[in-house]
Design a protein around this ligand. Sequence first.
Ligand SMILES: C[S@@+](CC[C@H](N)C(=O)[O-])C[C@H]1O[C@@H](n2cnc3c(N)ncnc32)[C@H](O)[C@@H]1O
Length: 292
Amino acid sequence: MKKGHRENTVGPWAAAKLDALEAYLKFYGTALSKQPFTRVYIDAFAGACVTKVRVNDAASEPSPFFDDLDDTTAQAEFILGSPVRALSVPNGFHQHYFFDLDETRAETLRDLVKGKDGVKVQVGDCNPLIRQLAPSLKKRNLRGIAFLDPYGAHLEWTTLEALADTGTMEVVINFPVAMAINRLITRSGDVPEKWSDQLTACFGTDEWRKVAYSRETDLFGNEVTTKNGGVAERLLDLYVRRLKELFAHVATPRLIRNTRKAPLYYLLWAGPNKLGLKGAEYILRQGEKVRA
Ligand SMILES: C[S@@+](CC[C@H](N)C(=O)[O-])C[C@H]1O[C@@H](n2cnc3c(N)ncnc32)[C@H](O)[C@@H]1O
């Protein structure tokens, strides 16, 4: 794990993602406040409750999310993480599930929610945990949101399938394709097995290979593999196309860039109902949009 990951530091762009999430949670709470539904919130990659944001350190940001640089010289401010925002949103949720692989972060979360009803914190890989939970969310009187905010290609497609199958859950996904996922797609086409398995689990298909690479035969009859241009956008198209097969509605992706304007990740929304789509489109429109 990178130093920045352990120390909970993020670039200023993390606020854009969390502000969009919070705006959507507010919209959702207002929209459902008069309805008799039990409202459920899942934070699958819950993280630390508070994160340090580096500011005035544009010169030290080679990494899209967290970097390995010493940021002691940077002026720091703090932002509240997704669990804190979900817990304090007006007309919030009756049940909260927070998952994180990291024991220390889960411990911080446990401290935060001590004495609160309807909150479950679990340490572990969120993928099997969500798949286990999902059947119990298939209820007529229940509605919910799952915030899926991985660093890389850690969200498995089968987890999205399980959430879609509930018919009650919406998903807000941080899809870090522009940097973190793109990095697994090596220039040579020789992708280590561990990475290719992770990509296949993330996309739910090995079609990513066809999207990412072209194979041609050269003058000497040798097969040559080349990484295609615009891979991140092509992979986004593949992902969104597949999301549309799972969910009735998928919003236009919002691109989040770093302070140097380099693309980092896309914020995606998908869900079973049209009202959610309307809210998500409006909120995601506050940032930069790309074609779906
Ligand atoms: C991008 S951070 C989440 C940030 C958080 N949503 C926030 O708003 O502050 C990703 C988190 O996912 C956790 N993580 C990584 N892989 C995981 C997995 N398979 N299941 C659950 N948590 C995981 C990491 O420990 C880290 O805390």
